[in-house]
Write a protein that binds this ligand. Sequence first.
Ligand SMILES: [Ca+2]
Ligand SMILES: [Ca+2]
Length: 138
Amino acid sequence: MYSVIRTRHAGVSNYGEVDMRIRMIAAVGAVFFAAASLTAPAQAAFSDCDADRVCIWGNNDYAWLIGERPGGEGVANIGGEANNEMDSWGNRTTRRSAGYADRGGVGDCQSFAAGSRDNNVSPVNSDELSSWKTNGGC
Ligand SMILES: [Ca+2]
Ligand SMILES: [Ca+2]
């Protein structure tokens, strides 16, 4: 009789110990998850574009900054993997800027209004920018 009671008691004790270990594992896991969240890549943000700059991004919603220029500059070609990728822009200057579908400031043109932004350009203007300027509109 006495041994049966001891066995049951031991069983309960073991379950409590296992339960505590599970709680500890869960707590440690939560800490690791929080740490992983803190070190995740920076989120896309319009604030990636400095004040007094015109910026273009390769994806919608200001993700993948591919160009950042001060106002007043002439046509510059967009090279490498940034070519034909622009999907969002921001103009933080006080004058219009513009982008072109072809190199050298020719082809289909889209203006970037002063003090304005577009997080998702029209499909007809998407992924076509090959040159741009910050000293005037189209
Ligand atoms: Ca794109
Ligand atoms: Ca193009």
